[in-house]
Design a protein around this ligand. Sequence first.
Ligand SMILES: C[S@@+](CC[C@H](N)C(=O)[O-])C[C@H]1O[C@@H](n2cnc3c(N)ncnc32)[C@H](O)[C@@H]1O
Length: 420
Amino acid sequence: MKARFTPALFAHAEAVLGEVLRFAHPADAVVSRYFREHRQLGHADRGFVAETVFAVLRRGRSIEARCAGRLSDRQRLLVTLALTRGWGLRELAPVLNANEQAWLEAARALPEAGLPPAVRCDLPDWLHARLLGQYPEAEVEQLAAALNRPAPLDLRVNTLKTNREQLLGELAAAGIEAVAGQWSSLAVRLADKPALAKHPLFLGGAFEVQDEGSQLLGLLVEARRGEMVVDFCAGAGGKTLLLGAQMRNTGRLYAFDVSEKRLANLKPRLARSGLSNVHPVRIEHERDLKIKRLAGKADRVLVDAPCSGLGTLRRNPDLKWRQDAAAIAELGAKQTAILDSAARLVRPGGRLVYATCSLLAEENEAVVTDFLARHPDFVLMPASTVLERQGIALPGDMLRLLPHRHDTDGFFAAVLEKRA
Ligand SMILES: C[S@@+](CC[C@H](N)C(=O)[O-])C[C@H]1O[C@@H](n2cnc3c(N)ncnc32)[C@H](O)[C@@H]1O
């Protein structure tokens, strides 16, 4: 259902944008809190507010440059609707005054062509420069364009409860249009963004919301029945749930994280999933003594490391304005420390998977290359080989997923095997 565009709805978008642009909190947290405080807003209205505010975060830099001047939040919203959704004066009429009509017509006619590349890509200069160091200019433009589009909604089927065919049939019966994912055998892609939180299939644990790329990282672990597996940075358990299902709810699966709150969010997901082999453990830091007793015992360890999150700009467009080069350098040191600690848990012949949702080589290849240089007891196992065994054709020794190439969020992963 489409939202009815009214001055009241526009005012909600303006209020949220004002709050988001203070950059005091992540945009998705600001939006969620606003919706909790304005329960009268229905699903379609919420969709409009969130998408319009996110469009300003995605495209604000080029739009502001095109308009050659500072814009009020109201103007930002108007011009974003006009330029990114192609809304004309007729669609915007419910909120436009006469002065704004003339101003908007002029803004729509302004060319984008003369803008510097980083501005055209709607990226901060430092990030544009980093990406240019990794990809040719034309590809950076394609990547930026893909990062600046909203992401689709993907589900992961819970194979403890159902299978993909059955889930697709049940979704169709419920009037939810969906297709099988392109890469992961567990993925389902929805045509729209329906409200799912109270849907019986969700409450019954048939699926979780998870980007298809994130599912591929879990599949690289190839956790098996009866094994001891550690999800070192489990967070709210997006990948833990996948690993537990891979293990068919047998063996022991430890879910470590430093964040009490994130682990608490894992609890209801575990309850829905039907898993009983998961042991959430709050750790102080990566060298916590609680970890020591597992040294050399784990068959598989996943390090889904804290990172810049720049691969998820489709969903979290504010991240590009909240990160900077200094933060990336700090993250690199943290990622190395976590990977080193996690490696101690792996038994001889066992597997360590290092993963991020970053696009930057410093958080990805550089961390792995440095680790391998310092740990001759580990070897790189081609990610392509692990995926091929599962019928997934993605070349490369390390897995690099990019929205413009794979239509997933941006992800990186490397599979490291400890020599027997
Ligand atoms: C990318 S997120 C994990 C997402 C999660 N695996 C999922 O699939 O939903 C990274 C996590 O690392 C956690 N973290 C940060 N520092 C850590 C540390 N020193 N040891 C373990 N976890 C840490 C953060 O709290 C965060 O939940």
